[in-house]
Each structure stands twice: as structure tokens, then as C-alpha cells.
Design a protein around this ligand. Structure first.
Ligand SMILES: CCCCCCCC/C=C\CCCCCCCC(=O)SCCNC(=O)CCNC(=O)[C@H](O)C(C)(C)COP(=O)(O)OP(=O)(O)OC[C@H]1O[C@@H](n2cnc3c(N)ncnc32)[C@H](O)[C@@H]1OP(=O)(O)O
Length: 200
């Protein structure tokens, strides 16, 4: 197991990384299924009630931002979040990262291709991971430019590459690309600005 068990403030046991990765994976599978399903009325009612029940359970387990797991587990797929298309970091250092991504059916735009908003979402996530590296002050996206070169197909393993381009004081420029085999599907460039102390 990649994560140590730890007692939380309530005296309970915090879920380990492997179990949390499985939970987020199950959430992604659910969203993919929801996106293509045409439920009948009773099924929709049953699901709505089940989801409301789980929202209540999880609501009772809410934590402060710094203590949350969603998007904060570096060792697991997509840092343990389901908000962006799924990805996995294969190599990472201060200069950038390489990885693989998969756009599930939840991220469908039309005619089998990914939604145009999901592509910048993934870039912003990956850029944020690279820019907000260890020992660096937090930085926010000032602009994000995306060129859509070819449609991003769903349910395929895509190659990811993100790299720091240059730095000018608080300004950090970063670039990235998403490839389907040899085809560049999207290229992006962004400016991140390091926050001053006390800046929200
Ligand atoms: C996320 C931070 C926390 C990290 C926590 C770490 C743990 C988790 C780790 C990893 C998580 C990964 C999750 C993904 C996260 C991805 C990041 C986001 O999506 S952030 C949300 C979207 N972005 C905003 O909401 C920004 C809103 N805008 C602002 O807050 C300000 O405008 C800000 C900070 C960007 C700049 O404002 P100023 O007041 O600090 O600085 P000024 O003086 O305006 O600009 C500084 C320099 O930058 C240039 N600049 C600013 N904006 C520009 C622009 N749009 N285009 C060109 N230049 C720009 C200016 O011209 C200036 O340049 P000259 O120093 O004069 O050379």
C-alpha cells in the first residue's frame, strides 16, 4: 500500500491511498456511465435518493481545505480527483512532467470527440502541478492559450508532456502538448504569476 494509515481528529482511520484511488476511479466510472445512460423514471428516482444519501454521509465528514484528499494525493492517479480527465504522471521533475491521459465518456463534446473545455481544464491542472512544485511559492494562472490541432478521441491513452519554458521574476511561462500517437491533438502555453505573501 502506498499510503500509511493515520488517525484523524475524530479518532477514525483515514482511508489509505490505494482505497482512495479506487473510490475516485469508481466515481469516474459512475460519471462515464451516467453520461451515456437513458434511465427510466424509477431508476432515476432510486439513483437520486441514493446519491442524496451519500452526499449526506460525506457532508458529515467534510474537512478543512488543507486536510482534504481530493486532488491532494501526489502518489495516485490524477492526484486523487475526478474533476479533470483522468491522467497519470509517469515521470516528473522540476522542469516538467510526462504522463498519459484518458478522456472518459463524461468528457464527451460531440461526434465522439472530447468537449473543448475539458482540454484546457486538463492543461491548467497539469501546469498547476508543475508550477506549484515543492519549495516554490504558489502561483496562479494569468492566461492559458490552447490550440486545438486535432480532435481528442475518447477512451484512448494519450501522451502528455508539460515543461517550464522560462521565468521572469514572478512570471513563469509553461508549455504543454497532448498527443494521440504521433498526432498532436492540442498544444498550450500559459503564464503563471507567483503570489505575493498574503495574496489570495
Ligand atoms: C493555485 C494556487 C494555490 C496552489 C496551492 C498548491 C497546492 C496544490 C498544488 C497544485 C494544484 C494544481 C491545481 C491546478 C491549479 C491551477 C492554477 C489555477 O487555475 S489558478 C485559478 C485561475 N487563475 C486565477 O484565478 C488568477 C486570477 N488573477 C489573479 O489572481 C491576478 O491577476 C494574478 C495573480 C494572475 C496577477 O495579479 P498580481 O496583482 O499579483 O500581479 P500583476 O502586477 O497584475 O502581474 C504581474 C506580472 O504579470 C503580468 N500579467 C498578469 N496577468 C497577465 C496576463 N493575463 N497576460 C499577460 N501578462 C500578465 C503583468 O503584466 C505583470 O508583469 P510585469 O511584472 O509588469 O512584467
Amino acid at each position: 500500500m502506498s499510503g500509511a494509515l493515520a488517525a484523524d481528529d475524530r479518532g477514525g482511520i483515514v482511508v489509505d491511498d490505494l482505497a482512495y484511488e479506487a473510490l475516485v476511479g469508481a466515481t469516474r466510472n459512475f460519471l462515464d456511465a451516467l453520461a451515456v445512460a437513458v434511465p427510466d423514471g424509477p431508476t432515476a428516482d432510486r439513483l437520486t435518493a441514493d446519491l442524496a444519501g451519500w452526499a449526506g454521509v460525506l457532508g458529515g465528514l467534510a474537512a478543512e481545505e488543507r486536510d482534504r484528499l481530493f486532488g491532494r494525493r501526489a502518489g495516485i492517479a490524477s492526484y486523487g480527483q475526478a474533476m479533470t480527465p483522468a491522467y497519470r504522471v509517469l515521470e516528473r521533475d522540476d522542469a516538467g512532467l510526462r504522463g498519459v491521459a484518458r478522456f472518459g465518456r463524461y468528457f464527451h463534446g460531440g461526434k465522439g470527440a472530447a468537449h473543448g473545455g475539458a482540454v484546457p481544464l486538463l492543461f491548467d491542472e497539469l501546469f498547476g502541478r508543475v508550477i506549484n512544485g515543492e519549495g516554490r511559492p504558489p502561483a496562479r494562472t494569468a492566461y492559458l492559450h490552447v490550440d486545438f490541432r486535432a480532435v481528442v478521441r475518447l477512451d484512448r491513452d494519450l501522451g502528455l508532456r508539460v515543461w517550464r519554458e522560462r521565468e521572469e521574476g514572478r512570471k513563469q511561462y509553461v508549455r504543454g502538448e497532448i498527443r494521440d500517437g504521433d498526432v498532436v491533438c492540442a498544444e498550450a502555453e500559459a503564464l503563471f504569476v507567483a503570489l505575493r505573501p498574503g495574496q489570495p
